[in-house]
Write a protein that binds this ligand. Structure first.
Ligand SMILES: Cc1cc2nc3c(=O)[nH]c(=O)nc-3n(C[C@H](O)[C@H](O)[C@H](O)COP(=O)(O)O)c2cc1C
Ligand SMILES: CCCCCCC(=O)C(=O)O
Length: 389
């Protein structure tokens, strides 16, 4: 990985020698603007939008500006390595693709395109329960590359257990249980656009192929899709979940279990008590509780509460290398990237996701070096200063 950042920089500069109107964007803002051009209102705002007045979604970005980096000099940063260890396994970098459902509404390549882009860079892909393509299809295009499975806990425990069995059988390395979405939040943009992809049969691939889910239907989804969608809407989310339900999951898998959506340090401590293996500090990209604390602001107290015992990851607002460096310096072991990958997917399919992730890796590598560090392990709060402004 040494000097990876500068090699990518050079490649990008080289494309400028031939004027090309189709040249891929570089900045997050430009990717988003190009995605806006290619997507209809419904899908674009489904991705770009948040809950309520989108206060939390905006604050996820703003909170990064409240920390300033204070770089160190003369530290010999010629040879660098971005690798991190999670659950006894080495990963090439501290980046993962966040679980994102219904990618078929963004690009025909959908989840398979995103998974292939991840695999090419050896960046773990977290396959969403709410994917249009099945977890088996996703695993099938990823080979030995790292992959995690994100679980939406179904009201039917046998469906939940079946998803976990399938994830294990397909070679996923960890189970990420998302806790913050037992129901869809009040998302004003989707309500205005009257847009809910699941009702038109997107994002239900894992369910419609699941033997237990199918056994609950009067007729197979291929014969009566409306009835299958109706059953899905009734069973998808489980607002009745409690901490004790995690014991059921533990009985069904030996894979590392991470809880996604933790924002309170007391919940982080409970996660520890209930024997989970890791947590992901997240507010779902500002898509669930509007007014919730930003992910970056939630991170330090959670690291303080459980960081010595449990790996704490985070997502929400990671857009540039400096964001990655700030989150890791505040104690995150790794970060998940959400919307930037989806804008890459919208603009240029697999190539777009690859470009977004490769550039973010390069930016992270360069920023790490310019801060005076050669490895992720060297990052800590000593290179940060809380903004006075
Ligand atoms: C279109 C879209 C779909 C999402 N689907 C899921 C999902 O299926 N499961 C999940 O745990 N999180 C889902 N998320 C949340 C992301 O995993 C992640 O928490 C969030 O996007 C991170 O914020 P960022 O977009 O600012 O990077 C989704 C986010 C978006 C934008
Ligand atoms: C009924 C809620 C489905 C949400 C699945 C996708 C998702 O997590 C999102 O944020 O959108």
């Amino acid at each position: 990985m040494s000097n990876f950042g500068n090699q990518v920089q050079f490649e990008v500069y080289q494309t400028m020698t031939q004027p090309d109107p189709d040249r891929l964007p570089v900045s997050y803002e430009e990717w988003e603007a190009r995605a806006r051009e290619v997507l209809e209102d419904g899908p674009f705002y489904y991705v770009a939008g948040g809950a309520g007045g989108e206060e939390t979604m905006k604050d996820n970005l703003q909170s990064f500006t409240r920390w300033k980096i204070v770089p160190r000099m003369l530290k010999n940063v010629e040879n660098r390595d971005l690798n991190v260890e999670l659950f006894g396994k080495r990963y090439d970098s501290p980046l993962l693709q966040a679980p994102i459902g219904v990618q078929s509404i963004i690009h025909e390549g959908g989840e398979l395109a995103s998974a292939r882009a991840s695999a090419a860079l050896n960046i773990p892909y977290i396959a969403s329960s709410a994917s249009t393509r099945t977890m088996e299809e996703v695993a099938g295009v990823m080979g030995e590359a790292p992959k995690w499975f994100q679980l939406y806990w179904n009201k039917d425990p046998e469906v939940t257990a079946s998803f976990v069995r399938r994830a294990e059988a397909s070679g996923y390395d960890a189970i990420v249980v998302t806790l913050d979405t037992p129901m869809m939040a009040w998302r004003e943009k989707d309500l205005k656009n009257v847009y809910l992809p699941f009702l038109i049969g997107e994002g239900v691939g894992n369910y419609f192929t699941d033997p237990v889910f199918r056994s609950r239907l009067g007729a197979p989804p291929e014969e009566d899709p409306a009835q299958a969608v109706m059953h899905w809407t009734k069973t998808f989310g489980n607002p009745g979940l409690t901490w004790e339900h995690l014991l059921f999951l533990r009985e069904h898998t030996d894979l590392p279990i991470l809880l996604k959506g933790i924002l309170h340090p007391d919940d982080a401590k409970k996660a520890l008590d209930f024997g989970v293996d890791g947590i992901i500090v997240s507010n779902h990209g500002g898509r669930q509780v509007d007014g919730a604390v930003s992910s970056l602001d939630a991170l330090p107290p959670i690291v303080e509460a459980v960081g010595k015992e449990l790996p704490v990851l985070m997502d929400g607002g990671i857009r540039r290398g400096a964001d990655v460096i700030k989150a890791l310096s505040l104690g995150a072991k790794a970060v998940l990237v959400g919307r930037p990958c989806m804008y890459g997917l919208a603009v240029a399919g697999e190539q777009g996701v690859h470009e977004v992730l490769r550039n973010l890796l390069a930016d992270t590598d360069i920023t790490l070096a310019l801060c005076g560090c050669s490895s992720i392990a060297e990052l800590n709060e000593s290179i940060l200063q809380a903004s006075k402004g």
